[in-house]
Write a protein that binds this ligand. Structure first.
Ligand SMILES: Cc1cc2nc3c(=O)[nH]c(=O)nc-3n(C[C@H](O)[C@H](O)[C@H](O)COP(=O)(O)OP(=O)(O)OC[C@H]3O[C@@H](n4cnc5c(N)ncnc54)[C@H](O)[C@@H]3O)c2cc1C
Length: 498
């Protein structure tokens, strides 16, 4: 047993863990954060994010409170819309086919704005996400998908600010510390077992917050729980989230919860590395402009409604759809009319891309797509587009196709104006949906829904929030909301127990 002992041990080193550690320290607890990654790779998936936060707001005034530098000119040419608690709850319900745990949903939504302000108080700066969440269309921006703000510096900026705040709060941080087990005694958790340099230590504690991610980086578990073929998916973010937290909680009686066969997975650069690389161009893998494309598979056929909804509400389920295509890949095809709308990643090094001045030439360059079927698909698609409906990327414009086996509901531009570009995508997994059951105080529950004394959880490893799909930017928000609650609970529990 190590000589060290703490009131609260937080397992993990991403946004949920840091939120928990800060909140526990604010209770006056002595806190340690144990991060499996080495220091230079700290920050988990949170570090890989764009830093978007989905929160309740009621328009420009609320945004100005979060972004004080917002200028009058910016306000004048922007429609921030409103994202009410009702709309947020409706989105969570609709997106998850109403499987979401209603109490967790309510907790997430009701605490969202306040938690953003709380993070601001801990040094995180937020900015409006022009360009990504609002297109410049005819001189005006309109936020289209319920998300307005992102952390300055994206995910890297977010976790950097949070680690700075952790240092200020006197939180002990150990890197390269892989927690493998929780010791449970008569009155609750008593210690964690942790591997440091492959040597096992036990560190005493009065409470534990698990915030160490899902099992997306565990190839074997992916195949076991998500199903055959998922071993072939690329991991978009950290390599360290292999399900340890879930496994060690189940081992001491925690209840499994949520959709274990479900995950957040996107259309991602087909030849991306197996894992994300925080030091490299990890964001180069994004291919999120597909609502303005048509996607075809190896048979040259369309297979999904690219314009069913805003990207925020479809991207997290389309990775699975791509994985299910022959060979597990697809191509996104754009023409000259929409090229200006492509996100920056399309221009980055490493994109599997072909370009041509005719569609016949383009498909020859795509090589692994049936050319005759591709031409037939394009011709039928072009003929089916409602050309008389005006295109507008900031609204669901209803410019659709009619009469196709797979129609496109919005943003259906014809593919006819050179130059033509096509980008090859595979499946990139972001995080898994199955995990542990918690209550609204973020306490981990056993099979009889009783809280395991001293054990709390937050972030990806919490089950019950997302099923089948996910509304963009709810992950960081959920991690911060439940991390903050977990830290508060764990700190209070530890100090009362002392
Ligand atoms: C490319 C990409 C972009 C994204 N963009 C967004 C976005 O803009 N907005 C949004 O809301 N969400 C986004 N997400 C999703 C978001 O990353 C997650 O929802 C969120 O970061 C999860 O936070 P977390 O703290 O639970 O997990 P993580 O940030 O992954 O942290 C888990 C931590 O646990 C550590 N760990 C794992 N096992 C152990 C162990 N045994 N012992 C100790 N430590 C351990 C890991 O090293 C890691 O530090 C994105 C994800 C990716 C990959």
């Amino acid at each position: 047993m190590s000589q060290e002992s703490f009131d609260v041990i937080v397992v993990g080193g991403g946004n949920a863990a840091l939120s928990a550690a800060l909140s526990a320290a604010e209770q006056g607890a002595k806190v340690a954060l144990l991060e499996r990654a080495p220091e230079e790779k700290r920050g988990g998936n949170s570090k890989f994010t764009g830093g978007g936060f989905r929160m309740v707001h009621h328009g420009a005034e609320d945004i100005k409170r979060i972004v004080p530098d917002l200028s009058d000119a910016e306000i004048a040419r922007t429609d921030f819309g409103e994202y009410s608690a009702e709309t947020y709850l409706d989105d969570l319900g609709r997106i998850t086919q109403y499987f979401i745990d209603p109490d967790l949903a309510e907790t997430l939504v009701q605490n969202s704005t306040d938690t953003v302000h709380w993070l601001m108080g801990r040094g995180v700066k937020f900015l409006p996400n022009f360009g990504r969440q609002a297109y410049n269309h005819e001189g005006r921006f309109k936020f289209f998908g319920g998300v307005v703000i992102y952390a300055n510096g994206g995910g890297a900026g977010l976790v950097e600010s949070e680690y700075k705040a952790a240092a200020k709060h006197g939180i002990t941080v150990h890197y390269g510390a892989r927690v493998r087990g929780i010791v449970r005694g008569q009155h609750g958790v008593e210690a964690v077992r942790v591997l440091i340099d492959n040597v096992e230590h036990a560190i005493r504690t009065r409470s534990v917050v698990l915030a160490c991610g899902g099992f997306e980086a565990n190839r074997e578990w992916r195949t076991r729980y998500l199903g055959p073929g998922w071993d072939m998916a690329k991991v978009r973010g950290t390599r360290y989230n292999t399900g340890d937290g879930i496994e060690m909680a189940l081992a001491i009686g925690a209840q499994s919860y949520g959709q274990w066969s479900g995950c957040h997975a996107v259309a991602w650069e087909r030849y991306a590395n197996d894992y994300g690389d925080v030091d490299g161009q990890h964001s180069a893998g994004y291919r999120h402009s597909y609502p303005f494309s048509i996607m075809v598979n190896a048979n040259g056929e369309r297979f999904v409604d690219e314009g069913a909804d805003f990207r925020n509400y479809t991207y997290a389920k389309y990775g699975r759809v791509v994985l299910a295509q022959p060979g597990g890949y697809a191509w996104q095809v754009f023409d000259g009319q929409v090229m200006h709308l492509l996100r920056d990643e399309y221009k980055m090094r490493g994109a599997t891309k072909v370009r041509a001045d005719s569609l016949e030439e383009l498909v020859q360059r795509m090589q692994d797509v049936n050319p005759a079927a591709f031409m037939k698909t394009i011709n039928e698609y072009n003929a089916a587009v409602k050309r008389d409906v005006k295109f507008d990327p900031n609204i669901k414009d209803g410019r659709s196709t009619t009469g196709l086996a797979v129609n496109k509901t919005n943003w259906a531009n014809t593919i006819e104006q050179p130059p033509f570009e096509a980008y090859s995508v595979g499946c990139g997994i972001t995080f898994t949906f199955g995990g542990l059951k918690i209550n609204t105080d973020a306490q981990v529950l056993d099979i009889e829904d009783n809280a395991i004394p001293g054990l709390y959880a937050a972030g990806e490893l919490v089950g019950g929030l997302f099923y089948f799909n996910y509304p963009g930017s709810a992950g960081l928000m959920a991690g911060a909301v439940f991390g903050r609650i977990a830290g508060r609970g764990a700190g209070g529990f530890a100090l009362n127990r002392a």
